[in-house]
Design a protein around this ligand. Sequence first.
Ligand code: FA5
Length: 368
Amino acid sequence: MMSEAIPNLSAFDDNALDRAFAALKQQAGEEAAALTSADGLEAFKLRWLGRKQGILTEVSSRWLKGAPPEAKKAVGERFKTLKELIEQLREAAEGAGPTDAVLAAEAIDITLPGTRRLTGAEHPITRTLNEITSVFAALGYSVGVGPEVETDFYNFECMNFPPGHPARDTQDTLVIANQERRPLRDRLLLRTHTSPVQMRTMERQPPPVRIVIPGKVHRNEADDATHSSTFHQVEGLCVDTNITFSDLKGTLDHAMKALFGSSVKTRFFPSFFPFTEPSADMQISCIFCGGKGCRKCKQSGWIELLGCGMVDPAVFAFAAEKQPAYDPKKISGFAFGMGAERIAMMKYGVSDIGQFYVGDMRFLGQFA
Ligand code: FA5
């Protein structure tokens, strides 16, 4: 087929050569202009540039090689410009992108309704954890994490829970099965609070320590409107020289004002935790009635929010086994722990804790 694409040359003078090459140039230009598809472009390249049977190969072997020696230079120059033209046409066609015909075939109907994408949002518990941690981050606290599957040692023993303490009871703690052959302190359980991360932190670094630890905890409890067997806590620990109960009160009072508004008041009641001495429960003035008394605060004007206290010397003694600088004679500290769900329920007016876990879009969508 290609042999018919170019005629035989009978004369090799300039005029004859100009005419012959001009005819090919015109032909190539017309064919390139008519290209409408990627397939057409491929065919054009094959027809003109194909190595075995392309027209340029044909011109080279029949017109150039077949030329008498005195005409070779004249044919060669014209061949070169023809080749350049074909290359330019190819490049232009390739760079032009899809032609109108291709675009028309691929066009979408913009009048069709689109696919509505749901916008993701932070889960209210995640948001609450972030809000609490950022209040303390602004006070220079760092943020830490610890394992959810914990040993009896970290969850209980080093936190000064005496043997037989009710929280060790399997009624309250979810333990990992088949651990009976291990010593008690190595047995695994689902941590019941974030307090074990206090010890993990102190074992890693000498004082001073200022850290908040958000995390998930588990207890073997029946679910009801205000209790869940899986919930979240934020732990706090501050250890340095001369840390007093006033520092604890000042820090938590500031944090509550940052979380709930500057008019919120705090008060502290004696309480008990094995790992703090003295221990306290902290209450805030009711954020619903401002302290006057309402149904939410059971007419008391106050809402209990967290447990706290000064770190018990017995806890420092465990830390000192790995970090001698935790000498209770030289340093002191306070710790606190709060439930994130309870705070989120208050902040967002949620009356059933279970709403946080069921993944109901009608509930979660309100936080988007
Ligand atoms: C503790 O867990 C202590 N580790 C807190 C602490 C840390 C005290 C450091 C002193 C120093 P408690 O068992 O009270 O304490 O739990 C703390 C908070 O977790 C409670 O105030 C409550 O808000 C939340 N909480 C407890 N049980 C549940 C539950 N079943 N569902 C949802 N929230 C709960």
